[in-house]
Design a protein around this ligand. Structure first.
Ligand SMILES: [Fe+2]
Ligand SMILES: [Fe+2]
Length: 245
């Protein structure tokens, strides 16, 4: 089912409660009564068309309106991606770390197993931080610079210098699959660790990992299928318009 602007915001959450994290990123908080998506977005000063594209892409993998999404300003897209990074680092990773910490005492007879799990997640945390840091330091500023040049009659020379050493395809080629490692982590818990003493904690941890994995998948799709093609088109146009030969 496609979410439209007239649907009640409450029903969006009933439909798929993982959308709560999307709402958080837009700064939308609970308590919206029977208000529609459009009214709530208006109240929070959120572009409702952009919100709808993002939330529909999130709940429905087949609904991937890359063409529609590509019409939005780069800054709107990178701001959303940036907020998603913050959500991972400030909320998701600490939650998972706490669960692993809680499991240390209660889950497995052999402490070695927990040491392994902790180490694996610690390494993952570092990898995720490096991944998002690089995007924030290099990729997002690059995309903003490209959009600025694209909209300009006479782009600053600095953008041409930048384009000599970097391109969105470089990002695309080096953009690693950060979700894959989470799959491995889930597999360690599901297949290889012995039966846990506290299955509730273990289930909670798995639930969190599946949730993070789904969120990361959606995030990467926006980076690779929306941001990359949009910037590639702009790069081409800049080269065509402003460079000779
Ligand atoms: Fe990212
Ligand atoms: Fe990424």
């Amino acid at each position: 089912m496609i979410i439209t602007k007239n649907i009640k915001m409450a029903d969006v959450i009933h439909m798929n409660y993982f959308t709560l994290s999307v709402l958080n990123r837009f700064g939308i908080e609970l308590g919206f009564g029977d208000k529609s998506v459009q009214d709530v977005c208006k109240e929070y000063n959120v572009d409702s068309d952009f919100f709808l594209e993002i939330v529909n892409a999130f709940v429905n993998k087949d609904y991937f309106p890359k063409k529609n999404l590509q019409n939005f300003p780069v800054k709107l897209i990178t701001d959303y991606l940036q907020k998603t990074h913050d959500f991972y680092h400030k909320l998701k990773v600490p939650e998972i770390e706490q669960l692993i910490e809680d499991m240390v005492e209660s889950c497995y007879a052999q402490k070695d197993n927990m040491v392994l799990l902790k180490k694996f997640f610690n390494d993952y945390k570092k990898e995720l931080a490096n991944h998002t840091q690089r995007e924030e330091d290099v990729v997002f500023p690059y995309t903003i610079a490209i959009e600025k040049a694209f909209n300009s009659e006479k782009p600053d020379d600095s953008v041409f210098v930048l384009m000599e050493t970097y391109s969105i395809d470089i990002f695309k080629n080096e953009h690693d699959n950060i979700e894959e490692k989470l799959f491995d982590l889930k597999n360690i818990i599901i297949k290889y660790l012995p039966r846990p003493k506290d299955h509730k904690l273990c289930n909670k941890l798995l639930h969190q990992l599946f949730n993070l994995e789904q969120d990361l998948n959606d995030h990467s799709r926006i980076e690779e299928k929306v941001l990359v093609p949009k910037i590639r088109e702009m790069e081409k146009s800049i080269i065509k318009r402003f460079t000779k030969g």
